[in-house]
Ligand binder design. Structure first.
Ligand code: GLV
Ligand code: MN
Ligand code: MN
Length: 388
């Protein structure tokens, strides 16, 4: 198969995977769901067709391996994630796994013999939809799971996914999820750093009551307090989102007694992110006190900003330049499994232009021609690594 056919195959495979969902009529594939098991089976069959040895680990990560004939060879990792957000687009995650499989096929076609093993990983929980905290799959793989993560989840066996191998590095292709490459008219870009993030679970407990009889000045309305927090989040000075809000008991004639929110705060500077979280916590305490609400503030995730490895990024840049393209270096506002893997090996990322910068939305869209560039650059990158 030539490069053009491989890019078309990746697009078809993204379409096929986009149909594997745990919800009717929209794409949702969360950690450890039966949809994820089905997706792993299908992607595993594609890895096998590319000549790889395939298995699923105890954390539902899908692993495809191409062993080097060199004795005592170390391993280089490629990949991305196969879980999705709710009502997702079909490229966030799967594009990186399927591009890696296509690059392996291209390397075989070029007759490559690698001095290292190549392993493609389809991580199981980059989005963190099921338990709010992200990266369960990559944390299990890297051996960096926290006891608080384990306490929160049912699947305690995921600790067994821990790998003790020495990895040479991890490279991930991912859609940009922003508008910069499109504005610069470039198919791909080299990632410099990944923003840090904090995720917090917030509960406000008030008093449920009759919507017709309790006077307005005697209420302890949990949702009204939550609404103040949503607006404070919007004005907190860094990138921050309340992505989920639940109200109980949830009836039109009942004053909300409880509100549950998720808070997601990001910044390239850890100091600015942490300051924003501190200030939002203080504001929420004030809101709760003023309204007579009880506040439960539970941090569930904390990841510092991560710098991509300069040497690997340089190799990606060379491969992009060799195709006659301008090299654009850009940071990632989104989180990626590389954040976790950076604790055990150097990491690098290549972004692919996406239409309108739209992501976490079924309208997510990439061009086959850009995917072709990503496959070629990734294959060149592996060959350059092999020459080092
Ligand atoms: C993953 O997409 C994240 O950045 O939350
Ligand atoms: Mn992603
Ligand atoms: Mn995502």
């Amino acid at each position: 198969m030539n490069e053009l056919q491989l890019s078309q195959l990746v697009m078809q495979r993204c379409d096929a995977l986009g149909k594997i969902s745990e919800e009717p009529n929209r794409l949702t594939r969360t950690f450890a769901s039966s949809a994820m098991r089905r997706a792993n089976k299908l992607v595993g069959s594609w890895m096998r067709a590319a000549g790889m040895q395939v298995r699923e680990d105890a954390a539902f990560n899908l692993l495809g391996r191409w062993n080097s004939s060199h004795r005592a060879a170390k391993t280089f990792l490629l990949g991305s994630h196969l879980d999705t957000v709710r009502d997702a687009g079909k490229y966030d995650g799967p594009l990186g796994v399927l591009t890696a499989i296509a690059a392996v096929e291209l390397l075989h076609k070029r007759g490559a013999k690698l001095p290292f093993n190549l392993e493609i990983v389809g991580f199981s929980d980059e989005e963190g939809v099921r338990y709010q905290t992200a990266y369960l799959g990559s944390n299990a793989f890297a051996g960096t799971l926290k006891s608080a993560d384990l306490a929160r989840i049912q699947e305690k066996q995921i600790v067994k996914a821990r790998r003790r191998d020495e990895f040479l590095g991890y490279a991930e292709v991912h859609i940009e999820q922003g508008p910069v490459l499109e504005a610069k008219n470039l198919p791909v870009g080299v990632v410099t750093a990944i923003a840090g993030q904090s995720r917090i679970r917030v509960e406000l407990h008030g008093v449920a009551g009759h919507a017709g009889t309790v006077p307005m000045d005697l209420r302890h309305d949990a949702l009204a307090g939550a609404a103040e927090l949503v607006l404070a989040t919007e004005r907190c000075g860094v990138t921050a989102t309340v992505g989920k809000l639940e109200v109980a008991p949830g009836a039109s004639n009942v004053i909300p007694g409880k509100a549950f929110l998720t808070l997601d705060v990001r910044h390239q500077s850890d100091a600015r992110r942490l300051a924003a979280v501190k200030s939002l916590h203080a504001k929420t305490r004030n809101i709760a006190t003023r309204r007579g609400l009880k506040l439960v503030w539970t941090p569930v995730q904390e990841n510092g900003a991560v710098q991509c490895d300069k040497k690997l990024a340089q190799i990606f840049s060379k491969c992009v330049a060799q195709r006659g393209l301008d090299v654009l270096k850009l940071p990632s506002g989104a989180g990626h499994d590389g954040v976790v893997l950076s604790q055990i090996c150097p990491v690098a990322m290549l972004f692919v232009r996406c239409k309108g910068g739209i992501s976490h939305n079924p309208a997510e869209s990439v061009k086959a021609a850009d995917v072709r560039v990503a496959i070629e650059v990734l294959a060149d990158f592996i060959l350059k690594l092999a020459e080092l």
